[in-house]
Design a protein around this ligand. Sequence first.
Ligand SMILES: Cc1ncc(COP(=O)(O)O)c(C=O)c1O
Length: 443
Amino acid sequence: MSHDVTRSLELYKKAGERIPGWTQLISRRADRVANGVSPLYVARSKGARFVDVDGNEYIDWIRALGAIILGYADPVVDGAVKKQIDCGSLHSMNSALEIELADELINTIPSAEMVRYTKGGGEACAVAARIARGTTNRDVILFCGYHGWHDWYQSANYLVDPESGEYPFAGIEPIGVPRALAGTAIPFTYGDLDMLGRLLTEYQGEVAAVMMEPARSEWPEQGYLEGVKELARRHGALLVFDEVSCGWRESLGGMQKYLGVTPDITVIAKGMSNGYPMGAVVGSREAMEPAKAMFISSSYWSDNVGPVASLTTIRELKRRDSETHLAEMGQKVAVAIDEAVSSAGLSGSCKGFPATPNLVLDLPDEALRGKVQTLFIQEMARRGVHCYMGFGPTLAHTEEDVRITAEAVEASLRVIKQGLENDSIDDLLICDLHSEPFRRIVR
Ligand SMILES: Cc1ncc(COP(=O)(O)O)c(C=O)c1O
């Protein structure tokens, strides 16, 4: 099977000489995929596919790490953006688009009464942390899940030995993060109400917010989120849901709408603008209004491209009934992949939410999982499918994409089966081992 990514590898080498860390997002590093086989540089993307700089075409299930939801280069969103660019991408004073988008978000997200904008998710989490601290006049944030690169959050690394494998972020050191912040952001384990209660008591009167991804890949246990909300309220802390990754796909109103539990503040980004930089913090008037006295300000937060992309994306998601279609397509992929797993003679199945299924293989030895997943990414790349183990569709994925993907899954799993039977996984890997740079503290 010929599959050449020479140009990608050359560019990556050049990048390493000019850009510390090669890429702007850790998830786009070569060691996150099958290094030596997976594409590293993309020439163009459209719909559910992209062509890499070596001319190979792929069906893409990573969809720009969740930022693409309608499909790449969506004609309606891109048309609105192009029209806006002709009227000015950024003005000297404000654009009424900010208010139009605020109304759309307030009408869409159950807990939204006021809105602030940013250009990305981590930045929006930092704004939420600032607002929560300013509104409550308290410093400590209890968190669960991934919330970006900023000091307020990464300072939690100082609480554990990064090599210990314990949370928050095994293997990533907090280099450059002020040590003085240690103890101001403290992790808690998803699903463990007792632990959260103990932390709130230990830091009685100091906790500004409980910040968490309400769900990431599995449903919370009955009553868990309600319990978190009740605990936060009882201790005078704001509840912040980070819906940067879990928002938009299962429900346009976010996981909070799907699960029926509303926070004080919500952080959104990624899918809200289908590939244009945008993030937002939305919340109740009570939680958000004190922000008018806080220093939260940046030049490009007033741009017109992100808001017009976001407005158009949200309206298109509604017009195209994304909730129904993403869930239906997600289920079709899950069924097709489950069939491919059994045809290949392995055991395992797709788990997760309807619109975002994840393949979990049953393995004879858990220690093999890293290698098996790398081999899977490698074999799928060789067959023209760019993926990890997740297969959440965009609205541009077709039944043909699902069929081709399922064929590739079956063929790739046959290779894995042979590797498991002959104890030859290492020999079959023609790439470096894929690495998971941090553990997210959420199930
Ligand atoms: C839950 C969550 N919060 C925050 C972020 C950071 O967003 P960004 O990469 O846009 O800064 C991410 C990104 O993966 C995320 O999944």
